[in-house]
Design a protein around this ligand. Sequence first.
Ligand code: NAP
Length: 251
Amino acid sequence: MFDLTGKIAVVSGGAKGIGRGIVTALKKGGATIVIADIDEKTGSATAAELGTDFMALDVTSQSQCRAVISKVREKYGRLDILCSNTGIFPQCTIKSMTEQDWDTMQKVNVKGMFFLVQAALGVMEEQKYGRIVITSSITGPVTGFPGWSHYGASKAAQLGFMRSAALEYARLGITINAVQPGNILTEGLKAQGETYLDQMRATIPTHTLGEPEDIGYAAAFLASDEAKYITGQTIIIDGGQILPESPEALL
Ligand code: NAP
């Protein structure tokens, strides 16, 4: 593991799922972590279990994003790592999609990420140091799935934002990268139902779904001092899911 001792990290959506996997990996590296999540009950329980701090946060509120980052700076003196991981993925076909469905998706996944990253960059710019890791997806930037056009658009938008942000902050000691998970067994993924999970297992070369920590270790690497020369890039963690040309390619 990379040594993250002394680093102060915020993980949004860290109460459960991939966020919890990221918290676990950063903790193994020795970081001090604040879980920021809308689910206060699970977030507090996770924080108590993993030995981290918890702050309630709805990323769709710019004032809450700014307040959480300010509180972190007040309490810990700095902010080294932001893992902007919050995301929602309710399925909806284009035919039945309302303006509200579209807007809610973009509000949480894109605007919420922007609010939190912008707030963190304010602190990181003063420090001339920072590591930002955004949780995108393979869905959108690389692949598609019926019912997730609005989600895919939001996950591709995150990468577009990341690349320009990386350029704006490259000379300030701040890197901005992303992880692109495949199908990771989380509460959110379980909600898609057993049929979906079975379909996915069948199309992944390993024939297994990923574990939240699989994403956590990639995020911990991008959050480390050693990753200082990597910015505006992504790591795909998907058990090889995007590789097969056809089902026949799967052994
Ligand atoms: P999850 O199990 O649903 O966990 C997400 C956490 O974020 C939950 O605690 C959720 O609280 C919280 N949250 C939701 N809306 C929020 C808001 N407005 N402000 C703050 N926190 C909020 O999701 P996951 O599967 O771990 O996914 C995490 C990230 O990975 C997302 O960005 C997702 O798009 C991405 N991803 C997931 C997969 C996968 O296979 N699981 C694949 C590719 C990418 P509530 O439960 O109360 O809503």
